[in-house]
Ligand binder design. Sequence first.
Ligand code: HEC
Length: 163
Amino acid sequence: MNTSMKIAGALLASLIPLAVWAQGDAADIRHGRYLVQTSGCNDCHTPGYMQKDGQVPETEWLTGDAMGWQGPWGTTYPANLRNLFQEMEEQAWLVRARQPMRPPMPAPSLRAMSDDDLRAIYRYVHSLGAKGRPAPAYVPPGGQVATPYLDFTPKNLPTQVAR
Ligand code: HEC
């Protein structure tokens, strides 16, 4: 083997771990996209997603929504996950994902996800980059709500019979 072939070989060998790493990352991102799409995150965190039966460009996904969800918990707004994941490190996400969140956020489902799945979600959303504005702040029960909102107040409940 001449010297230039040796150098080329060494160069190639040094690139292989990089290629494997990049492939792993791309697979994570694909898996994260799949999880986001199948776990319903877009239903709430992407404006108009449910109304348009999912026909919203991916560039708009997870930018948060100013439509409130009102119920006995107060009024909550689906957070802008695109911006959140730019501000947060992956390790902090694993902690945040398991902390309490108010309804209708399916916090128990997120809590039940494996570290690997949560990492994949993080890598996918992070790869989309920041976009949009922060969602409005949470309003406690009885507080003044300035935005449009959906009303999830339970109605027509059976009357409690005193025993
Ligand atoms: C049914 C609607 C709904 C669905 C589905 C949903 N979310 Fe949420 N999410 C919300 C709402 C509303 C909040 C705000 C909760 C609060 O104020 O405590 C929220 C909050 C969050 C937060 C906290 C943001 C912060 O500022 O700390 C994260 C992270 C999050 N959602 C991620 C997800 C992911 C990932 C999925 C999919 C696996 C998902 N959500 C699915 C409605 C939803």
